[in-house]
Design a protein around this ligand. Sequence first.
Ligand code: NZQ
Ligand code: ZN
Length: 391
Amino acid sequence: MLGNIVYSNPTKLYFGEGSLEHLREELQKYGKNVQLVYGGGSIKKNGIYDQVAAILDEEGKNILEDGGVMPNPTVEKLYEGCRIAREGKADLILAVGGGSCCDYAKAVSISANCKEDPWEKYFLNFEDVDADTEIIPVGCVLTMVGTGSEMNGGSVITNHESKLKIGHVFGERVYPKFSVLDPVYTYSLPKYQMVAGFYDIMNHICEQYFSGEDDNTSDYIMEGLMKSLVHSSRIAIENPKDYEARSNIMWTATWALNTLVAMGKSTDWMVHMLGQAVGAHTDATHGMTLSAVSLPYYRHIMPYGLAKFIRFAQNVWNVSPEGKTKKEVAEEGLGALEAWMKEIGVVMNTRELGVTEEMLDGLVQSTFIMEGGYKVLAKDEIRDILKESME
Ligand code: NZQ
Ligand code: ZN
């Protein structure tokens, strides 16, 4: 049963080819100093930097350069971003890039004027932040699809020293005020990043789908999103410049993690916790850390949520139940997921990402345990799953 819901999402989306023109009207709402956040240089190669800089210039803005945001942004980079924001008196933080840039921009937004250590306050201790610190508004121009960071409060920061990768879901104040989503901007993504994003989307949906036993509208929406993703992913692999497929995928990614489909659900997130532990130890690409641990995890929890796994097999993968046991139907669904993952070419084991036997104890330590799924894992189960993910 759905229960009572309060729903709001303050991010304004400008979606479609040429949508960057809308940046002009958004810029008029903010002061002169724009902290321009971007990554390791892809936007300079594909021309997006020049397009954004030209608009900022024409609108009379002063650019505070903040490039070099790495995939899986670090706590040291966060401190640097806070310094840039404070010294330059940033009025707006404009992230131009993927989830790493958007996440980082949100972390700087809430941390720049924070008197305490933001890593400890927000990430290590999950302190609720809605009540205090002044924020700097964030806007986003998305160039990589997958995380949903363009329309949510999520922000994931990595601390290599303590080997922890932790996400905080900030409240509405920290959500991007606006996001520009032009599918054409994703055409220049290398295949590895593109498919990592596809699996990130799939897993965000699975994390919210595999929980609960009730009849819930959110589950039906998620089945539709998964089918759309699988369909469009196959077209995009054949032709990365297929606008219809790339735009459907971009839209699916946003709706997969902008809180809508979590309404009325307890949600799991255990694959992300395992993946983030792998990420903290290897700095591997986020979507690939998820693909590498997923199947051992889902095969492990399947008996505890059998009815949903059967539904997944039938409704998402068209598995026929004729003449099969319930377990066989559920297994065939996971088999279909596995076949799709191999077809699009995501990483299927953590060894390929650099995980070694010596890391196992540390990985178990770095894995946070979630309680919203079908089974609350014990430490030895986490170890077994991580071990199996290496094979
Ligand atoms: O740094 P540059 O040079 O820009 O290159 C990036 C980066 O190397 C490249 N790239 C991005 N757009 C491109 C492009 N290359 C060519 N053409 C383009 N158009 O792609 C690489 C990956 O970018 P990144 O932003 O790191 O990827 P993603 O969007 O997957 O973000 C990953 C981060 O988001 C977090 C992850 O943990 C990770 O730290 N997540 C955030 C979430 C949220 N806010 O809700 C949820 C997710 O589950 C995830 O945890
Ligand atoms: Zn993810």
